[in-house]
Design a protein around this ligand. Structure first.
Ligand code: NDP
Ligand code: 8X3
Length: 255
C-alpha cells in the first residue's frame, strides 16, 4: 500500500518508538500528525522533518485527558483531519515492585495511559475510519501483553488489556473493512526504562546490560511493514524480539 496521500496519527511521538514511527512514515511520503506532552521535543521533530520536505503536524496532548483527546482529534486541521492509519504508541511503565509493595499512583498512571488513553484515542479516531470505509489501527503492545514477569504485574496487566482491546477491535471492525494490528516488542532501548525507574540511569542501563536490545527504528520498521501490505492483507500480530531474548525473563547476557 502506497503511503502518499495517507494521513498517519502517532501518539507518544516525543521519544523512542513513536518518534521513530513518525520519521519512518514521513520518509515514506505520508502526512504525519503526532502528539505527546513535551512540546519542545515535538517541535524539534517537526522542524527536522519539515526541513526534509515532509508534511507534519505536531500537537501537545496527554492521552489520559479524555475530553482534551476528543477535542484535539476532532479539531485536527486540514490536511491532517482524517487519519487513515492510527499508531497507538503512547505508554509507559512505572516501577518494578511486587504487588505487595506497589505504589497506587504508579498503577493508576500505567492504567490511565496504556489502557484508558489508548481507548480515548481509538474512540475519537475510529468512527471516521468506519465512515470512510477504510483505515488501519496499529497498537504497540508488548511481550508484556503475552507474558508476566516478577514486579511487572500491573504493567503486564495493562499490556494484556491492550492485547484484548486489539483482538476485540478486530472483531468489531471486521464488517467495516478496517485493519487492526498489534506490534509487540521485547526489550527496546528507548527512554522506557529511564521512565520506569524515574531517571535512575544505572538501573535503566542494567536492563540492557550485556545484550543487544532492539532499537526504536527496528520497531518502526515492523510498523511500517504492517502498514504497507496490500489492502487485503491484515498483519494481525507481530512479536518482535531481540535475538538475545527468548522470553520476557530469558535473556542471553555476555560479560
Ligand atoms: P519512551 O519512554 O521512549 O517513549 C514513550 C512515549 O510515550 C513518549 O513520547 C512519551 O511522551 C509518550 N507518553 C507517555 N505518556 C503519555 C501521555 N500521557 N500522553 C501522551 N504521550 C505520552 O518509550 P518507548 O518508545 O519504548 O515506548 C513506546 C511504547 O512502546 C509504549 O506503549 C511501551 O509500553 C511500548 N513498549 C516498549 C518497549 C521497550 O522495551 N522500550 C517494549 C514493548 C513495548 P511525553 O512524555 O512527552 O508525553
Ligand atoms: C516493555 C518490555 O519486557 O520491559 O514492554 O516489559 S518489558
Amino acid at each position: 500500500m502506497d503511503l502518499r496521500d495517507q494521513v498517519v496519527l502517532v501518539t507518544g511521538a516525543s521519544a523512542g518508538i513513536g518518534r521513530a514511527c513518525v520519521r519512518a512514515f514521513a520518509a515514506a511520503g505520508a502526512r504525519v500528525a503526532f502528539c505527546g506532552r513535551r512540546r519542545d521535543r515535538l517541535e524539534a521533530l517537526a522542524e527536522e522533518l519539515a526541513a526534509a520536505g515532509a508534511e507534519v503536524h505536531p500537537f501537545v496532548l496527554d492521552v489520559r485527558r479524555r475530553q482534551e483527546v476528543a477535542a484535539a482529534l476532532a479539531g485536527l486541521p486540514e490536511p491532517f483531519s482524517a487519519p487513515g492509519i492510527l499508531v497507538n504508541n503512547a505508554g509507559l511503565s512505572r516501577g518494578l515492585d511486587p504487588i505487595q509493595d506497589g505504589e497506587w499512583r504508579d498503577w493508576e498512571e500505567m492504567i490511565e495511559t496504556n489502557v484508558k488513553g489508548l481507548l480515548w484515542v481509538t474512540r475519537a479516531v475510529v468512527p471516521g475510519m468506519v465512515a470512510r470505509g477504510r483505515g488501519h489501527v496499529i497498537n504497540i503492545g508488548s511481550i508484556a501483553g503475552r507474558e508476566v514477569y516478577p514486579g511487572g504485574a500491573v504493567y503486564c496487566a495493562s499490556k494484556h488489556a491492550v492485547a484484548a482491546i486489539t483482538r476485540g477491535l478486530r472483531l468489531d471492525l471486521n464488517q467495516a473493512g478496517i485493519r487492526v494490528s498489534t506490534v509487540d516488542p521485547g526489550l527496546v532501548n528507548t527512554e522506557f526504562s529511564t521512565v520506569r525507574f524515574r531517571g535512575d540511569r544505572t538501573r535503566a542501563d542494567a536492563t540492557y546490560a550485556g545484550m543487544t536490545p532492539l532499537t526504536a527504528e527496528d520497531v518502526a520498521d515492523a510498523v511500517l511493514w504492517a502498514a504497507t501490505r496490500p489492502a487485503h492483507v491484515n498483519v494481525a500480530e507481530i512479536l518482535l524480539l531481540p535475538t538475545d531474548q527468548a522470553a520476557a525473563t530469558v535473556v542471553r547476557r555476555r560479560g
